[in-house]
Design a binder for this molecule. Structure first.
Ligand code: PAF
Length: 283
């Protein structure tokens, strides 16, 4: 496996693969890889001839007061993990390589969804994500890309971008990976103290309870949301949002759920200074 830092070099090694008709799988990451990323890489390795894992902490998707500076960085360990799973290339560009002229003037936006849920609290975040993901698609020429469902809104918006802009790439969603306690894996879990980590289980506990009552027939959105909110508040978490949304449109549902639609609960909450997101499909 090769670690590559420049766009030219990556294109040079991938060109022959593309010419030979090999399928290229891209796993975009910001590094600090964990078992959730491992599941994405595994899926790509199993389905594609060539797997590229990008490790790039994209500054333009972080707000001024967010955790860009403290985000964990460990390229060597990331490369070892990617190699052990069978990835062919790790692409780890510098900011100068990705944005040689400074902040890009051309940005990709989702006019409708970028201001909902996470986007409401992280202005500009999804513009930064879509722009870097589009760049990675164009740089690699990948035909497959793998994203985790923990970032449910992100993968939804990326799928929409692919349809809107006719990217010739298939997006694969990979289920959330949880640790043995139920906590959804995230590079940001590393910020949690032991106490906060145990308190943060209240997110997945609340989601599980909501799913249980939904499975027993509960259709009132307020009841489902309250279960999650109360679970988080009882464990000293601060709720940013808990919403029940339609899986197909990502539009928020109020009132009562219609039996013929599909729903997911989206959550963002703080434990101490750490912001965590999670979600659970109800059906
Ligand atoms: O989900 C992430 O890690 C990032 O948002 C992504 C998709 C790698 C873009 O920087």
């Amino acid at each position: 496996m090769q670690v590559i830092h420049t766009i030219d070099e990556l294109r040079t090694v991938l060109k022959p693969c593309i010419r030979q008709g090999k399928s290229i799988g891209l796993v975009p990451t910001m590094g600090a890889l964990h078992d959730g990323h491992a599941a994405l890489i595994k899926a790509s390795v199993a389905e594609c001839d060539v797997t590229v894992v990008s490790v790039y902490l994209n500054p333009i998707q972080f707000g001024k007061n967010e955790d860009l500076d403290k985000y964990p960085k460990r390229l060597e360990a990331d490369a070892k993990l990617a190699e052990s799973i069978g990835a062919d290339f790790v692409f780890a560009p510098t900011n100068e390589e990705m944005y040689p002229e400074g902040d890009p003037l051309t940005l990709i936006r989702d006019e409708s969804l970028e201001s909902l849920y996470c986007g409401a609290y992280r202005p500009g975040h999804f513009r930064g994500v879509l722009t870097v993901v589009a760049k990675l698609f164009l740089i690699t020429g990948a035909n497959h890309a793998y994203f985790g469902e923990k970032d449910y809104q992100q993968v939804f918006i990326i799928e929409r971008m692919v349809r809107d802009l006719n990217f010739d790439i298939q997006i694969h969603r990979v289920k959330i990976v949880r640790d043995s306690t139920g906590l959804a894996l995230s590079s940001r879990n590393e910020y949690l103290s032991d106490l906060e980590r145990s308190q943060a289980l209240s997110i997945s506990d609340g989601l599980r309870k909501a799913k249980e009552v939904f499975d027993k027939g509960e259709q009132r959105v307020a009841v489902l949301r309250d279960l999650v909110i109360k679970s988080i508040l009882a464990n000293r978490g601060q709720v940013q949002y808990v919403e029940v949304v339609n899986q197909k449109t990502l539009q928020k549902i109020n009132g009562v759920l219609r039996p013929d639609d599909r729903f997911v609960i989206l959550v963002a909450a703080f434990f101490g200074k750490t912001r965590l997101i999670d979600n659970m499909e109800l059906n």
